[in-house]
Design a protein. Sequence first.
Length: 434
Amino acid sequence: MQKKLIWIAIAVFILACACNNQTDIQVDSPSKVEIVKTDDKYRLTVNGLPFYVKGAGLEFGNIEALGSHGANSFRTWRTYNGKDNSIKILDKAQQNGLMVLMGLEVGRERHGYDYNDTVWVKQQFQEIKKEVIRLKDHPALLAWAIGNELNLRAENLRIYNAVNDISKMIHQVDPNHPTTTTLSGISKHEIDYIKMHCTDIDFLSVQFYGDIVNLKKRIDDAGWTGPYMVTEWGATGHWESPVTSWGSWIEPSSNDKAKAFIERYKIAIEADQKKCLGSYVFLWGQKQERTPTWYGMFLETGEETETVDAMHYIWNGKWPGNLCPELKSFTLNEKQANDNIIIKKDQTLYVNVSANDLDNDTLLYKWEILPETTDLSTGGDFESRPETVLLLESDSPVDTLKAPNLPGAYRVFVYVLDQKGHAATANIPFYVEK
C-alpha cells in the first residue's frame, strides 16, 4: 500500500511538471508575425490571423485603460524607459490583450552620435543584439522599431546603413517578427537612400501631425510603394501652429484636438486600405512638450481627456459609456487665445469657460497660470515643466485671477473635471508688460 502511494505521488509530480512545462511553453512561445501581400494589398498577420494595428504610443501611460478602450497594440521608444523593464511591459501588455511594437534605442546624429565611427557603431550593434535576444520570444511582441526619427536634423544618412545591419541581425536571431524604422515626415531624398542602403526592413514607419491630412501625397511624392505604418500622429504640432506677436505657440483645446483626431484618421489612415498597416496615436499618457497638455491624452493627475473619447470612437465605432466634459469656449478678459492678450502686472484676469457634460456629472474647474517654457527641446526630447504661478479650484466656470507681477510670457490653463476620471482642457497665452 505504501509503495502504491509512492507511485501515485510520483505520477502526480510528473503530471504537475508536465502541466507546468506546458504553461511555460505557452508563455514563452513567440507570436509569428508576418506581412502578407494579396493582390495589391498588404496586411499584417499574427499567428496567421489578420492584425490591423489600432494603437497608441505609450511609455508611462495606463496600459489597462488602453486595452479597455478597444486598442490592440502600443508602441515604445526604447527597451527600458527608466521606470519599467521591457519584460514587465510586455507581460502587462499580454495581460490586457495588447501587442507591442518594441522600440530599440538608436543613437541620433543630433545628439552627437557619429555614424562614421565604426567602433561605436559596432558597440551599439552588440548592445541592441543583446536586447533583441532577451525579448524576442515574448508572445506579446509584435515587431521591432529600430530607432525613432533618425532623419530629424540628420545630415549623414549612413545611419540607415546601421539600421539595415541591425535589421539583418534581428532576422537572423528572430525569424518571427518584422522590422521597421520611423521617419519624421518623409522625403524623396531619404527614401532614395533607404531604397538603396536599408532594404532589409519589412515596412516603413512615418510620423505626421497636422500635415497628416497630406499623408498619401507625401508618400507618393517620396516614391515609397511598399507597406507602411503611421507610428505617431495626433494633435497639430506646435511648429505647425499659429503664434502670438511675442512668439508663443497657440495650442488647440482638447475639444478641437478630439474633432481633428476623428477627421484626420478618416482622411489619412482609414482611407488607405492597401498599404497602411495601422497606426499609433500620440500620446497615451502625459508629457511636458511646450505645455503640459499639448500632446498627452491624459492630464498630469491621470484624467482622460476628450481625445481618449475620440480614439474610443475610432477603435470601436461607438462612444464610451461615460464621456469627458465638452469644452465649447474659453476666454480671458473676453478675448480668445489668438487675440494677442497683453496686460499689466497685478491686473485682474477674468476667465470664463463654457463646458457641458452629457452625462450630467457635476463639474469642477481648475485654473492654473504657468510662465511660458524656455526649456525648448527638439523631436520630443525632455523638457522641464515650468513652475506654477497660481493654482485655484472652483465650482464655477467664471472666475477672477490675479496676473503675475513679473513681466513676461505666461499661459492660463483651465481644467474641467467631471470627478469621474474625465476632463477637458484649454489654455490661453498672455503677456505681462513691464
